[in-house]
Design a protein around this ligand. Structure first.
Ligand SMILES: Nc1ncnc2c1ncn2[C@@H]1O[C@H](COP(=O)(O)OP(=O)(O)OP(=O)(O)O)[C@@H](O)[C@H]1O
Ligand SMILES: [Mg+2]
Length: 377
């Protein structure tokens, strides 16, 4: 089937260069990708693997996208990360592509892990060493790492900490394997940083929304990049879209889908475009209404956030002292809990490297400002 409005892959050259440089150096630290929701982390990872890591005689990629699976126990983790290779079953050995994605186990090894005679991390290490001996570069990639939070290991130890310790050993200490971890949960990354010995053993790399020039390029080349033939956008319209959605590719894709329904004579009439875009902004505003209507502390919090975001693009916890001073919140912890909730709801994005909060995208920024402006009428 030939779809119109297909998922394109725009630019990301800087990020790809960064990843290639990282890969060309001996493994020395854990690399963390983070960024706002739907900024394109997963897409970047898939694209990078496909384009640069597809040669099995050079690379062995162990890629786990934990969004696709449910891991609620240590047993689930074993099942997702390891696969049994039955020496009798030639098919399972021959389907290399499948086997390359996970760590391999014999039935015997699996049994010993289950009986707790063998540590799964030792099994992983052994395979990584073998790959190194064969001159194959192993790369472990875990997307949506926060899915492993709250999973325990031998009932006491936190699996995530064991894994991180293992990754530190594999990178910084023995240089056996490149490790790339990704999450859009800034709090989770910060917690890991504070709990584990990550500060000196890892690097953070942000995958942000696309910059303006990429969005302008994309929207000026809709047929080539997205196979959209039914309309073209004018420069003013492209500017208008950028102004309302910034570099949020995911939202813009969705808006383009709406435009397909209202376009005429190879154009999207301005009035229709404004209606479509306005609906998105009203939706964003209503999120804040539902959150804060008739709730004085929450409304005051949103007013403060809006003030700083309009001015600087972000807000920091320390900016919010007025809320305590004027008695809207009892203490620091109450403010933090509220911010936490806003992050969980994907209203706010928390950047752990800068300890800054931003809105999850330009449309949310506009929605918040609409909410705050209307309070004053
Ligand atoms: N470079 C790109 N060019 C075009 N479209 C992209 C690009 N990167 C991502 N997208 C599109 O944006 C959407 C969101 O991307 P993706 O799922 O990769 O984001 P994410 O950062 O992994 O999100 P999450 O925070 O939910 O994990 C997808 O529909 C994807 O097709
Ligand atoms: Mg993702």
């Amino acid at each position: 089937m030939q779809y119109q409005n297909i998922a394109p892959f725009i630019n990301r050259q800087e990020e790809i260069d960064y990843l290639n440089t990282w890969l060309s150096e001996a493994p020395n630290y854990i690399l963390f990708l983070y960024g706002p929701k739907s900024s394109g982390k997963t897409t970047l990872i898939y694209n990078f693997i496909q384009t640069y890591l597809s040669d099995p005689s050079k690379y062995s990629v162990k890629h786990f996208n934990l969004r696709e699976v449910l891991i609620s126990s240590y047993e689930d983790f074993l099942q997702q990360f390891f696969r049994i290779e039955d020496p009798e079953d030639r098919d399972s050995i021959l389907t290399r592509e499948y086997n390359l994605k996970v760590f391999r186990l014999t039935v015997e090894t699996q049994k010993r892990i289950k009986d707790r005679q063998l540590d799964p991390f030792n099994v992983m290490k052994k395979e990584l060493m073998e790959l190194n001996n064969q001159d194959i570069q192993p790369i472990i990639i875990i997307d949506e790492l926060q899915a492993l939070d709250f999973v325990y290991f031998n009932s006491q130890r936190e699996l995530i900490k064991e894994l991180i310790n293992f990754f530190v050993a594999m990178t910084k200490e023995s240089h056996l394997c490149h490790v790339l971890l990704s999450s859009s949960d800034g709090y989770f990354i910060e917690k890991l940083y504070n709990d584990s010995k990550l500060k000196k053993t890892s690097e953070l790399f942000e995958v942000d929304y696309l910059p303006k020039e990429d969005i302008v390029y994309w929207l000026s080349n809709l047929e080539k990049e997205s196979r959209i033939k039914d309309f073209e956008l004018t420069d003013t319209q492209i500017e208008y879209i950028w102004e309302h959605f910034g570099g949020s590719i995911w939202e813009i894709s969705s808006v383009l889908g709406q435009f397909l329904k209202v376009c005429k004579n190879n154009q999207v009439p301005d009035k229709k475009m404004q209606e479509v875009v306005h609906r998105y902004m009203l939706q964003a505003r209503s999120y804040f209404e539902e959150y804060a209507a008739l709730d004085v502390p929450r409304t005051e919090l949103l007013k403060e956030i809006d003030k700083y975001v309009q001015d600087k693009g972000f807000v920091k916890e320390a900016n919010l002292w007025r809320l305590l001073n004027e008695g809207y919140f009892a203490g620091k912890q109450e403010v933090q809990e509220e911010l936490h909730y806003l992050v969980q709801q994907n209203f706010l994005y928390y950047n752990p490297a800068l300890a800054e909060y931003r809105l999850q995208g330009r449309s949310m920024e506009i929605g918040l400002d609409m909410f705050v402006q209307e309070l004053e009428v």
